[in-house]
Design a protein around this ligand. Structure first.
Ligand code: ZN
Length: 241
């Protein structure tokens, strides 16, 4: 599905599933995910050492292992380069405006991690402060990573991020954005926990009114994970009046 939707080109992207406490099923390096068969998959332990498989493991295994170590609730991870969301990441823009209610419920805001060289510990380090609180992260000048309680949920979040990025782009083309207001955001946070499968603790910005003024502290759900992230205001969309 990632391949057919154009979320990855050539041999881009990687996916993994936590099989049990010590085993991760993961995609191989240097292979189109559209041509992959089950026998191409690799099994590694939680340190990244290969247990099973004829191919070499993805070079981004460090990022996957970090997420599994930091988030015991996570059992599936998807990394891809969908065009629009990656465009935002390449423009240095987080998807942090509450423009669509479903995205607020499902993901909160989608932060932008600073750039880190792919396949090195630097990349995992840029994501580390964001992993406890977010289930979807833009990676500057690179792509997107999403994760969930299983692979399908991680994949759905990738679709949501790209779809939302396209909607946000349309608001820029139209030259106008009207983010949800503070009171409506609070109501969405309140209903969030009632949606099956939504356990994200991701906060979202508070909007005082339609003029788009944001307060410093984001609205947050009762802290499942208490880690606090302070967003750089420089990441916000340029305001258009
Ligand atoms: Zn990548």
């Amino acid at each position: 599905m990632l391949h057919s939707l154009g979320f990855i080109a050539a041999t881009d992207g990687n996916l993994s599933v936590r099989l049990d406490e010590n085993r991760i099923l993961v995609t191989p390096t240097g292979m189109s995910k559209g041509m992959m068969t089950p026998s191409d998959l690799v099994v590694v332990d939680i340190q990244g050492r290969k247990i099973k498989g004829k191919r070499q493991v993805t070079s981004e295994i460090g990022m996957h292992l970090l997420i599994y170590r930091m988030r015991p609730d996570i059992r599936g991870i998807v990394h891809a380069h969908p065009r629009t969301a990656t465009g935002f990441a390449a423009a240095g823009m987080a998807l942090n405006q509450p423009l669509v209610c479903e995205v607020v419920i499902g993901l909160g805001l989608i932060p932008l991690a600073p750039y880190g060289t792919p396949g090195t510990p630097e990349l995992a380090a840029t994501l580390e402060p964001l992993i406890p609180q977010y289930d979807a992260i833009l990676m500057a000048n690179h792509g997107v990573v999403t994760y969930g309680s299983d692979l399908q949920s991680a994949y759905m979040k990738m679709e949501t991020v790209e779809h939302f990025a396209q909607i946000a782009l349309v608001t820029h083309v139209l030259g106008q954005q009207k983010p949800l207001e503070c009171e409506d955001l609070k109501k969405l946070v309140a209903v969030r926990s009632r949606y099956l499968g939504v356990n994200s603790a991701a906060p979202m910005p508070v909007y005082a009114g339609n003029n788009g003024d944001s307060a410093e502290e984001p609205v947050s759900v009762k802290s499942v994970r208490s880690h606090t992230i302070h967003h750089r205001r420089g990441n916000a969309f340029p305001r258009e009046n």
